[in-house]
Design a protein around this ligand. Structure first.
Ligand code: FES
Length: 213
């Protein structure tokens, strides 16, 4: 079966992205992870059908694809809200009040850790270290990082997301409004943010912002 016929039900832009991803790697199986993100975007989360399609595209078995998808927590196997709020609760963040940050997020979003709010706006999760220990407590919105987040700022961040419903979330803008101490001066300003609860990369079609317009 040709790649085109395997994903004939995908949107035309995502079919084109899949074609380019498959061309990027010398071996098609190496494209399994970006294709899993693309399948997540196409279906809203990583469905069984999406994993079967990725297996057919890459020549891997369904079991091999499932073993990759189940190993990495960023591949979501259930519906995800428009904004995925990930609160780091590992040691540096924990010592600086991550539990209170998580509680503030749960209260404001009405979604308990590991669940999605009834209105579908938020999914809340606690995560292990996201590599921003110097800026603890750290939070991500659709994998866009915000550092030095205090509970009241976490509440304000969630309120802002609900009230303004931004199509794109950008680290720099959120850091300025809701962040505190940063792990270091990042230097280069951000031009693209995330448009969905998957990592923001152009090949996935999951970026938005100034240079994406
Ligand atoms: S412990 Fe939270 S970012 Fe490392």
């Amino acid at each position: 079966m040709s790649a085109a016929s395997v994903i004939a039900d995908w949107s035309a832009p995502n079919q084109e992205r899949a074609r380019r991803l498959l061309e990027t790697y010398p071996e098609e199986r190496s494209a399994v992870m970006p294709l899993l993100y693309l399948a997540s975007l196409e279906h809203g989360y990583l469905t069984s059908a999406g994993m079967t399609q990725v297996a057919q595209l890459t020549g891997l078995t369904s079991a091999q694809v499932q073993s990759v998808a189940s190993f990495y927590t960023m591949f979501k196997r259930d519906h995800v809200g428009r904004y995925l709020i990930s609160v780091c609760t590992s040691i540096s963040c924990y010592l600086l009040g991550a539990d209170d940050v998580l509680a503030a997020v749960e209260t404001e979003t009405t979604a308990r850790d590991g669940t999605t709010s009834v209105d579908g706006a938020f999914t809340v999760e606690h995560v292990e270290c996201i590599g921003a220990c110097g800026g603890a407590p750290a939070v991500q919105v659709n994998y866009e990082l915000v550092e030095g987040v205090l509970p009241e700022k976490a509440t304000a961040l969630c309120k802002w997301l609900r009230e303004t419903s931004p199509d794109v979330v950008m680290t720099d803008a959120m850091q300025k409004s809701f962040g505190g101490v940063r792990s270091f001066d990042w230097g280069i300003g951000e031009e693209q943010g995330a448009v969905a609860p998957v990592p923001a990369f152009g090949p996935y079609g999951s970026t938005g912002g100034e240079s994406a317009r």
